[in-house]
Design a protein around this ligand. Structure first.
Ligand code: HEM
Length: 471
C-alpha cells in the first residue's frame, strides 16, 4: 500500500450502507446528498455506489493529493468496459481525446495541444468573444422575455464554432450540435450510471438519435478538415492548429481520427460549461441588485460605449469577481471522477484498488471551513485591491488571501488534468458579461423558482427566464 499520509494506520472510511439506497438518493439531488454525507461523515466518505465503492473526497489537501501529488496512482478511466479493459463512458462522443484518454497517450496529446491555449493565443480570440456577444444581443428588444440559459448556450456555441472551426451559428456544425446531439437522452444521460456503456448500446430511440447526430457531426468535421488541407495551413482556428501540430519528439502529426476526437471534445465541453457559468452569473446578479449595479458602474467607467478588448480585463475586477463567485456557488461541472490503480492511503483512510474517487466542487465550495458565510453571493471575496468602503465586510479579499488551500476552489479541476480551457473560458465569460452589461440588465421573473439540475454539468433545471431591460 502506498503510504502518503502522516497518519500511522489507515482505517476504513466511514459512510452509509445500502447500495441501492445510495444510488436512488443520489439520483434525486446529488449535490444535497454529497453535502449531507460530508457533513455527517467527514472529509473522506465511503459511498456504496453500484458495483464498486466511491470515496467522496472533500478536503482540499486530500483533493490535492489525488489530483496533483499522487495523480499517477489514479486514472480517469472509471467505468468497466468488459474483458479487463476500461473505457470512459463519454468516449461515445469524445472518442480518445484529451478528456477521455489517460497515461502516456494523454501526456503526449496534452503537450501537443497546450500551446494552442497559451495566453497569447487566446488573446487573439478576444475580438471574437466581444463581437459574438454583441451579435447575440442584436436581436433583443426592451421588455423581451428571454431564457438566458438558451441565449448563453447560443453565445458560447457561437464562440466555439468560430474559434475551433471558423464557422458561424448558421453553419451545419452549430445546427447539428443544437439539434442532433440530445443531452437529456441517450448515452450522455447515462454517463454517471453503472453499466452506462451497455445502456448506450440498446436500440432505444434516444440512443439512435444520438448516434445519428454524432455521425452527422463527424461527417461535417471530416469535410472541414479536408477543406483546411486545401488551404495554406495558416488558419488561426483550432482545427487548423490541430492539423498543423507536430509531436516534439517524432515530428508526427495527429491522424484524422485524433484531430476529430480533439476538435469535437472541445466543441462539446467548451460551450455548455461556459454557458452555465454565465447563466448562473445572471441568476445571482438578478437577485443581488447592489452587485449588479456595481458591475454596470464598472463597465460604464471602463468601456463607455465601446466593445471590450483584452487590454480592459485587468480593470474589470468586479465583473471578474462576479464570474468567479458564480462558479463558486454553481460550479459548471458536477464533479471529477477517478479510479484508484492500487491500494492507497488517503488522509488516513484506506482506498482499495479499483475504487472510484469522487471530488465534487459544490461540496468544497460551500464548506464554511474554507468559505465564511458560504451561501452568500459576495464577489468582494475575490478583490485583490478593494475599495476603502469594502473594508467593513469581513469577506473582502478572503478568497485571494495568502495561505488559503488552493483547491478549496476548483471549478476547473487541478493538476495535470486541469481544464486546458481555463484561461479561454475566464476571458470569454468576463468579456461576455462586460459586452452585454453595457446595454442590458435582466430582471428575474417574479414567482419563478430557479432550481439546479446536476448531471455531468450543473445547470438551471428549467432554464433562466428573465425580462431584458435596455439600460
Ligand atoms: C467555465 C467553463 C469551463 C469549466 C467550468 C470547465 C471545467 C473543466 C474541468 C473541471 C475539467 C477537469 C475534469 C477532470 O479533471 O476530470 C476540464 C477539463 C477539460 N476542459 Fe474544461 N471547463 C470549461 C471550459 C472549457 C473550454 C472553453 C474548453 C475548450 C475550448 C475546455 C476544454 C477542456 C478539455 C480539453 C479538458 C480535458 C483536459 C485534460 O484532461 O487534459 N473547457 N474542464
Amino acid at each position: 500500500m502506498t503510504q502518503l499520509s502522516t497518519r500511522p494506520l489507515a482505517t476504513a472510511a466511514p459512510g452509509p450502507t445500502g447500495r441501492l439506497r445510495a444510488l436512488l438518493t443520489m439520483s434525486g439531488d446529488p449535490m444535497d446528498y454529497f453535502t449531507g454525507l460530508r457533513d455527517q461523515y467527514g472529509p473522506v466518505v465511503r459511498v456504496p455506489l453500484g458495483m464498486r465503492d466511491m470515496f467522496l473526497v472533500s478536503d482540499p489537501e486530500a483533493v490535492h493529493e489525488v489530483l496533483v501529488t499522487s495523480h499517477r496512482h489514479f486514472t480517469k478511466a472509471t467505468m468497466g468496459a468488459g474483458r479487463g479493459t476500461w473505457e470512459a463512458p463519454l468516449s461515445v462522443i469524445f472518442g480518445n481525446s484529451l478528456i477521455t484518454s489517460d497515461g502516456e497517450f494523454h501526456r503526449k496529446q496534452r503537450r501537443l495541444i497546450q500551446p494552442m491555449f497559451h495566453h497569447e493565443r487566446i488573446a487573439g480570440y478576444g475580438r471574437a468573444f466581444a463581437e459574438l456577444s454583441d451579435d447575440i444581443q442584436a436581436g433583443w428588444k426592451d421588455g423581451d422575455r428571454l431564457d438566458l440559459s438558451v441565449e448563453m448556450t447560443e453565445l458560447t456555441l457561437a464562440v466555439v464554432a468560430r474559434t475551433i472551426f471558423d464557422v458561424s451559428l448558421d453553419s451545419d456544425v452549430a445546427q447539428t450540435v443544437r439539434t442532433a446531439i440530445p443531452r437529456d437522452e441517450g448515452p450522455m444521460r447515462w454517463d454517471s450510471l453503472p453499466f452506462a456503456r451497455y445502456l448506450a448500446k440498446l436500440p432505444l430511440p434516444g440512443n439512435k438519435r444520438f448516434f445519428a447526430g454524432r455521425d452527422r457531426l463527424d461527417a461535417i468535421v471530416y469535410r472541414l478538415m479536408a477543406e483546411r488541407r486545401q488551404g495554406d495551413g495558416q488558419g488561426a482556428d483550432l482545427l487548423s492548429m490541430l492539423l498543423a501540430a507536430r509531436d516534439a519528439d517524432t515530428g508526427e502529426p495527429m491522424d484524422d481520427r485524433q484531430v476529430r476526437d480533439e476538435a469535437i471534445s472541445m466543441l462539446m465541453v467548451g460551450h455548455e460549461t461556459t454557458a452555465n457559468a454565465l447563466t448562473w452569473s445572471y441568476h445571482l446578479l438578478g437577485n443581488h441588485p447592489e452587485a449588479r449595479e456595481r458591475m454596470h458602474e464598472e463597465i460604464d467607467e471602463v468601456l463607455g460605449d465601446r466593445l471590450p478588448t483584452i487590454a480592459d480585463l485587468p480593470r474589470l475586477t468586479w465583473t471578474d469577481a462576479v464570474f468567479s463567485e458564480a462558479m463558486r456557488l454553481y460550479p459548471p461541472i458536477m464533479g471529477m471522477a477517478r479510479r484508484s490503480l492500487e491500494d492507497f492511503e488517503l488522509h488516513g483512510y484506506r482506498i482499495p484498488k479499483d475504487s472510484f474517487v469522487g471530488i465534487v466542487p459544490w461540496v468544497l465550495h460551500r464548506d464554511s471551513q474554507w468559505w465564511p458565510q458560504p451561501e452568500r453571493f459576495a464577489p468582494q471575496r475575490w478583490l485583490k485591491d478593494p475599495r476603502p468602503a469594502d473594508a467593513a465586510d469581513e469577506l473582502t479579499g478572503h478568497a485571494v488571501a495568502p495561505g488559503r488551500p488552493r483547491l478549496a476552489y476548483l471549478p476547473f479541476g487541478g493538476g495535470p488534468r486541469q481544464c486546458i480551457g481555463t484561461a479561454f473560458a475566464r476571458m470569454e465569460g468576463v468579456m461576455a458579461l462586460a459586452t452585454l452589461g453595457r446595454d442590458w440588465e435582466f430582471e428575474p421573473v417574479p414567482g419563478f423558482t430557479v432550481d439546479h439540475l446536476a448531471r455531468i454539468t450543473v445547470r438551471p433545471r428549467h432554464g433562466l427566464p428573465v425580462t431584458a431591460r435596455r439600460r
